[in-house]
Design a protein around this ligand. Sequence first.
Ligand code: HAM
Length: 430
Amino acid sequence: MAAQRVPAVKGTRDVLPIDTYKKADDPWVRTGHFHLVEDAARSLFPLYGYREARTPILERTDLFARGIGEVTDIVSKEMYTFDDHDVRVSMRPEGTASLVRAYVEHAVQAAEPDSKWWYLGPMFRRERQQRGRYRQFTQVGVEAFGSPGPRIDAEQIEMLDRWLRALGVPFEMHVNTLGDAACRPKYREALQEFLRARAAELCEECRKRTETNPIRVLDCKNPGCQKVASEAPKMQEFLCDACRAHFDGLREGLARLGVGHVVDARLVRGLDYYTRTAYEAIATSGLGAQSTVAGGGRYDGLVRELGGGDVPGVGFAAGIERLALLAARAGSEKASRPVLFIAPLGPAEEARADELAQRLRAAGIAAEVSFRRSSPGNQLKRADALGARYALVLGEQELASGKARLKELATGAQHDVELDSLEAALRGRP
Ligand code: HAM
């Protein structure tokens, strides 16, 4: 009898190199789709001066409570938290608080007042599982420390726009302003007053939020709450002069850089550290309810809140699973396929095939050898299944003469090659 299987934890997923599952409306995401998304970020972000930082998955719970906000859904309900002897720790639900901690802890401000960082890694939130929403997910994010003005916000949004375009993602860029410590409290009060008067129309959660975090009522998905939200006072009407000038500057910057966007007064974000600029890239098709592929904004008080100096910051993070899903839907994938499949027919040929493959790989050419003995016809079928561009059958005759036929699988064309100069023969071909 087979032993009992151990299933994966709810809300986590495996990403496999092969298609094991296919349904027209929910494409299976393979590692190649992840690579496409990640590699595009890796090559683009450094062009804007972002350099990679890596921080731990485990942090003190207090970092997130103070950084993201005690009353946010993330901190109050969704963190994986446990006691590590005398320290209460959580698995990071996002990257910004951790990066700010590292920035403060290593006194980066003194060495490098303006510093741009990017990061990639798994995040954990105990959310209800849905398509595009997982309990372990991956973010690529960026944080720019040190610049208070709106030009850097616009530069960063333009970078996000360029990245998503390069991936072929259909999206719309939404921007808003959330005010700052000078003007948001007045807005919060006015909003609260308005919401209290309309409490009967709100869902239970939003009646609570009215008291704890009224701004979050604005992005509740419940139709009753949405109606109330659409009639609620808007932050725009309460902005102080400095916040208004920042938002105008951002919009001018975006126009100058040619970034199409919509102003969305209901965009509020689920983390409490934001000031002024908030933005989200929203997929216009292909994702259903979880359509926000990236979100971010400015957090001018966070470095100070976490024990550092008065350093402004602005950043965003994107969900890689969502982007990979869109890439899978678009049929684009970064494939890792062998250039050449070598099929040896006997033991002596096998030894020669192993050496040839070793030599090709050392020269940077992806080569695969067959480990099975079967007919040349079957070997060619296997080469095809692997997606190889060329196949080479190695028999006694080829071994003796040092010459073989390179078969181009897509066209069936054959080329005579010398085994000793296989690298050159493959390099010379497109
Ligand atoms: P966030 O909006 O919470 O922002 O997350 C950013 C992105 O991560 C979302 O737009 C979404 O694509 C993805 N994401 C979030 N939760 C899940 C989930 N449960 N499953 C799959 N994908 C998910 C932040 O985390 C901020 N730290 C962004 C930021 C950086 N703000 C300033 N700097």
